[in-house]
Design a binder for this molecule. Sequence first.
Ligand code: ZN
Length: 304
Amino acid sequence: MTTQKLSDSALLSQTKSLVREETRLTTEILYHLREIEARKLFCALGYSSLFEYAVKELGYSESAAQLRIDSMRLLRELPQVEAQVQSGELTLSVLVQAQKFFRQEAKLGRPVSVTQKQEVVQSLEGKSTREAERTLLAMSPEPEKHRPETVRPVSADFSEVRLNLSNETLENLEKLKGLLAHQFPEMTLSDLVTYLAKRALKELDPAQQEVRAKASVGTSEVKTIPAAVKREVWRRDGSRCTYVDPVTGRRCESRHRLQIDHRIPKGLGGGNDLANLRLLCSQHNAFEAARVYGRETIQTFWRL
Ligand SMILES: [Zn+2]
């Protein structure tokens, strides 16, 4: 039936029931996402995170994906609020605001306990996102530190970044500008960040490192791989994860927490030669470990 033919009262009541259905479906999707995350199914498809899977595979916008994943995580922590979400008394956007607030408070050294979280979330019942934001900010001794960082593209090659810096950091940046002034007299903040990023990468990106007599690295496993071989692995693999979904051929694009992995594990006789080494992100490293050592063993670890 087309909506034009509906009576006013039918139109209103059907809309209401559709919204109820929408809420029910959204909650259902959260549970599915939760299980996909627990089984790490996004890994098999070549994604390095549930977020990437939700955007690229499910077609959500970045903010819609983040909204669902954040809500799912908070619901996992506070299963008691599920009923309010299902009844529509708590909207997902309010839930997500609360989640972001708790995360930022923890980052600022004020972790919020589960009981407190429960109380806070309950106090947000029936509130609009703006009212919820006000309520939450009033609870923090440092509300100014809750402004989110944003990155907004302004052209094909440039983005506008909004972020909060402490006065101390600003002073440090000014000092750096002063020190570099003889080399770059008209340096803007943007030039300085570009300069610092390049310099830090030169130091931290293994693909860019010069040969060193003995690189000091964390694990004993990596220690035995010669520095030149390590550098070559990073260079060859383009400083990205090399996992490829055997079905779709999709390669993981992650640059996050890359580790050198032995294709044939050392325990099974694999060596430190270039052909046996590859870069994997931490998710795919764990995923491959599960494939080699058995899903059950590793899944116990994942669920912790
Ligand atoms: Zn990966």
